[in-house]
Design a protein around this ligand. Structure first.
Ligand code: NAD
Length: 496
């Protein structure tokens, strides 16, 4: 690594995870920085082993990181989109070169499937940086004449940004949020989740190798409730970009409100998968069973299966066959689809959800228990609720737990689909183009897929309705969020 010196405490020895050297320290102002205390990072694949003792950030480190980002702001902003783009493209190249290493670390740290990490998910990180380098460069200021003036809308870089990310798909989600901030001219302090902190540390290495100016990307490790509030309440921070749970978003929103700082929140979901009898039932059933992939630890997962009554039996038969084909196992094995839950605390949370559903009279159709006494795997579970008001229908579980309900007609389908407080994504299967248009438009969700699932275009707006989020990421929407828009009006007869 390039400048990797430490200040404060001496730099901790790097650890080797899956054969890859990873720093357990923060990265602040282009240097590795230790904290006096650490937190343990373990692998969901083997909970008995400590992967790393990671520096636990405190208010000193948070302050140093925001100072570094503030100091870097003027120079980074002054480069303009064309000056910043080569930095971002070099970082993308570094990511591409290290996909196998990042995938290896992420697989052990978060236990996402290695096959999807190495073939799709990590590479998307490089694409995020390239896409935002392109988008920022291609942006043209809006200009027009009115009232005897020439008008221009300028996008001014806003200032230091705090990016806070969750433990699922941590590398992809971090790059998705860091890339537009940097492209827009804003230095970043990234706080990854404490349950999967390692790939963010690799991102800091790569930023260093790519020659990003010191302070443009900083990484602060630590427990969210300890280091997070210092970061989000610092008045020098001009944007907060958060992905995680609604509970944490409320706390961060209060910090943002205190400083009058815009923030985006990408939060949980409780997506419906609406299946009409006229649809390709095989494709619908396969997609439904696919919601158990990575044990349902996916915000976009369609966890409420809503099926037209007349197709329910056939759908369930086909669905059952696909669920039977799932393979619960080690995330390194390409055959595995059901990976372990991230953490014993999260596994217990999932178990409690199902136990409460059982106690409330909901029917556990299949699964409903942990797989082994010692591992963190939970069986793919299907629940038929007593009512649409059941907790298991109305609240995000974030595990391999789906609910099954039927509907009689379109109106009931839409009413059920739109009946939760969430609105991140919805999925619809139908063979009718009219219905695709009609019901697709009626489903209240930031993204609605019809006869497909998880197809994403990076330029499309992305975000949630209701308690699924605030603001939009994706394409120009993220660049706009990270800019202070300014209208410059010059009277037509102004002469030099
Ligand atoms: P979480 O809210 O517990 O934690 C998210 C991040 O916030 C972590 O980095 C954590 O350390 C930090 N944090 C915790 N308390 C904080 C505080 N007081 N101040 C500042 N930061 C704090 O969420 P999680 O359990 O890590 O993630 C799972 C949730 O994220 C689920 O609800 C899931 O649906 C959601 N999610 C949403 C999307 C999306 O794009 N909409 C994507 C992935 C995950």
């Amino acid at each position: 690594m390039g400048s990797g010196r430490s200040h404060g405490m001496s730099e901790r020895e790097r650890v080797t995870v899956a054969g890859v050297s990873v720093s357990v320290d923060h990265y602040v102002g282009g240097r590795r920085v230790s904290s006096p205390t650490t937190f343990e990072d373990r692998s969901p694949l083997d909970w008995s082993t400590v992967l790393a003792e990671v520096s636990a950030g405190d208010s000193d480190v948070a302050d140093a990181a925001v100072t570094a980002a503030t100091d870097a702001f003027e120079g980074w902003a002054a480069l303009g989109p064309a000056g910043r783009a080569p930095h971002l493209r070099r970082l993308a190249e570094k990511i591409d070169q290290r996909v196998p290493d990042i995938a290896a670390v992420e697989c052990v740290d978060m236990a996402m499937r290695h096959e999807s990490l190495r073939n799709r998910v990590i590479g998307r990180g490089a694409r995020n940086f390239r896409a935002y380098a392109d988008l920022a460069e291609q942006h043209e200021e809006r200009t027009w004449s009115s009232n005897g003036t020439a008008n221009r809308v300028q996008r001014l870089p806003a200032g230091p940004v705090v990016v806070i990310t969750p433990w699922n798909a941590p590398f992809m989600l971090a790059t998705w949020k860091v890339a537009p901030a940097l492209a827009a001219g804003n230095p970043v302090v990234l706080k990854p989740a404490e349950w999967s902190p390692l790939s963010a540390s690799l991102l800091a290495d790569l930023a260093d190798e790519a020659g990003l100016p010191p302070g443009v990307l900083n990484v602060v490790q630590g427990i969210g409730s300890e280091v997070g509030p210092t970061l989000t309440s610092d008045p020098r921070v001009r944007r907060i970009s958060f992905t995680g749970s609604p509970e944490t978003a409320r706390l961060i929103g209060a910090s943002a409100a205190a400083n009058i700082v815009p923030f985006t929140a990408e939060l949980g979901g409780k997506g419906a998968l609406v299946v009409f009898a006229d649809s390709d039932l095989e494709a619908a059933a396969r997609t439904a069973a696919g919601q158990y992939d990575d044990s349902g630890q996916v915000c976009l997962a369609a966890t409420r299966l809503l099926v037209e009554e007349s197709a329910a039996d056939e759908f369930l038969e086909r669905f059952g066959a696909h669920v039977d084909a799932h393979v619960l196992g080690d995330s390194h094995d390409d055959a595995t689809t059901i990976t372990p839950m991230i953490h014993p605390v999260h596994l217990a949370r999932v178990e409690e959800f199902v136990e409460r559903a059982r106690a409330a009279g909901d029917t556990i159709v299949r699964g409903g228990r942990r797989h082994t006494p010692d591992g963190l795997w939970y069986e793919p579970t299907l629940i038929s609720p007593v009512s649409n008001d059941s907790e298991i229908v109305q609240h995000e579980v974030f595990g391999p737990v789906l609910t099954f309900q039927t509907f009689a007609d379109e109106d009931e389908a839409v009413a059920l689909a739109n009946s939760t407080a969430y609105g991140l994504s919805a999925t619809l299967f139908t063979g009718s183009a009219d219905r695709a248009e009609r019901v697709g438009s009626a489903l209240r969700a930031g993204t609605t897929w019809v006869n497909c699932f998880l197809v994403r275009d990076l330029t499309a707006p992305f975000g949630g309705l209701g308690i699924s989020g605030l603001g939009r990421e994706g394409g120009d929407h993220a660049l706009e969020f990270h800019a202070d828009l300014k209208t410059l009006q010059i009277r037509d007869d102004t002469t030099t």
